[in-house]
Write a protein that binds this ligand. Structure first.
Ligand SMILES: Cc1cc2nc3c(=O)[nH]c(=O)nc-3n(C[C@H](O)[C@H](O)[C@H](O)COP(=O)(O)OP(=O)(O)OC[C@H]3O[C@@H](n4cnc5c(N)ncnc54)[C@H](O)[C@@H]3O)c2cc1C
Length: 377
């Protein structure tokens, strides 16, 4: 009997990696259908919030560096033909004590991978980037391949390319359940059940709903973002102010130059506590948290006022070791999740790996560390 499927592969969740996987599959001639619960681009996804840091220097582990370099090449290609900005080539400063293990790891990973960089002494840092104040024994490592990605325009462009290559992408199409079938999967939506040979689940913080077996290994964490309106925005333009991460004692601040010519993103992740379900996410920061962040940011960057101009709270889904979960969970289902607050920059590589895995091909990169099977042990 010939079984007629609605698609070869259904991608559930069109954030950045899901959209990229759909694009890859369409380019490979696969009949791919992407289903997104919200609008095709929206601000409830883990990608929302104007910018995402891209770093080639990775204190999280040197094994990520080849994936980062390949992702960067792909981002630049995508940016080349995009009508909206996707990558701001600002470099990323890692600022901290030379004895801080994170600074040591950044220096080691840059040197080992021969990535262009500069190490600035405290006086050099003060002279070149006077926006950063209250430097004690802090040095800076400038990762020259780093920068700021524009997630909303990136997702828009990836989806545009996916559609141009033949993918069908449907917004406002939440998937209610995913069921294994003898020859593939059944994807239950509000308007009916669809069938496919394979499914890729890239549903972000909603993933445990569709794949409950992963739930014990995943935790939803809110992440806050804050912006400031400096009196002199030119001092924080991408030309003179690289994106940065600064670790000073317990304070871990990150920031991005002004991308709209008026607001500068800077701050740290407020302590909001894990949440049990996506619906529990509060989108506003308590006033006390806003005051604390504004005080700490102003102290280190006095050109930014001691009051927050804009803020928002988003969420990402974490694993205990902050290592992503990418691979097959069953014969017909592939998952990409658990990016643990650092996944956006890897979108092109993660998208390609997801597509290859669903097609039963060996991915270009060894991602065995990410395999969901690790939880069985
Ligand atoms: C505030 C914040 C700052 C961050 N900063 C950085 C950074 O600087 N650099 C970096 O590399 N990473 C960063 N990250 C991490 C990165 O943005 C995330 O890891 C990544 O975007 C997660 O992508 P995702 O595809 O898993 O989830 P999402 O982007 O949330 O995509 C999942 C999609 O699935 C859809 N969906 C859910 N359920 C269903 C369903 N049942 N049916 C259909 N569709 C469904 C959702 O609507 C959503 O569009 C940050 C994350 C946050 C939250």
């Amino acid at each position: 009997m010939i079984v007629v499927m609605d698609a070869d592969i259904i991608v559930i969740g069109l954030g950045a990696a899901g959209s990229y996987a759909a694009w890859n599959l369409a380019c490979n001639g696969v009949d791919v259908l992407g289903l997104e619960a919200e609008s095709l681009v929206h601000d409830d996804g883990a990608y929302a919030g104007e910018s995402r840091l891209f770093r080639a220097a990775y204190h999280e582990g040197a094994h990520y560096v080849p994936l980062l370099l390949a992702s960067r090449r792909a981002w630049l290609e995508l940016a080349d033909e995009s009508p909206a900005p996707i990558f701001h080539d600002t470099g990323v400063l890692s600022i901290g004590s030379p004895a801080d293990p994170r600074i040591e790891e950044v220096r080691r990973s840059l040197a080992e991978a021969d990535i262009p960089h500069a190490v600035l002494s405290t006086p050099e840092l003060a002279e070149r980037y006077p926006q950063h104040q209250r430097l004690t024994d802090e040095i800076a490592v400038l990762d020259e391949l780093g920068g700021a990605l524009r997630p909303e325009s990136a997702v828009t462009e990836i989806q545009r390319r996916a559609r141009a290559a033949g993918a069908e992408l449907r917004g406002h199409s939440p998937v209610l359940a995913l069921e294994e079938a003898p020859d593939g999967v059944r994807v239950v939506t509000a308007t009916g059940t669809l069938t496919a040979k394979q499914a890729i689940v890239t549903a972000g913080i909603w993933t445990p709903r569709l794949l409950p077996a992963l739930a014990p290994h995943l935790t939803i964490k809110p992440i806050s973002l804050t912006w400031f309106a400096p009196e002199r925005p030119a001092d924080f333009s991408p030309e003179v102010f690289p994106a940065f991460i600064r670790d000073r004692g317990p304070v871990h601040i990150f920031g991005v130059p002004t991308l709209d010519g008026s607001l500068v993103k800077a701050g740290y992740d407020a302590k909001l506590g894990d949440i049990a379900a996506p619906e529990d996410l509060g989108r506003r920061l308590p006033l006390a948290e806003r005051d604390r962040i504004a005080h700490d940011v102003h102290e280190l960057l006095p050109g930014l006022p001691e009051s927050i101009a804009r803020h928002s709270v988003h969420a990402d889904i974490y694993t205990a070791d902050k290592t992503p979960v990418i691979g097959r969970v069953s014969e017909h289902v592939t998952v990409g999740t658990g990016y643990s607050g650092h996944g956006f920059k890897f979108t092109p590589v993660f998208g390609d790996v997801l597509a290859d895995t669903a097609l039963g091909r060996t991915p270009e990169f060894d991602v065995s560390l990410f395999a969901p099977t690790r939880f069985r042990a």
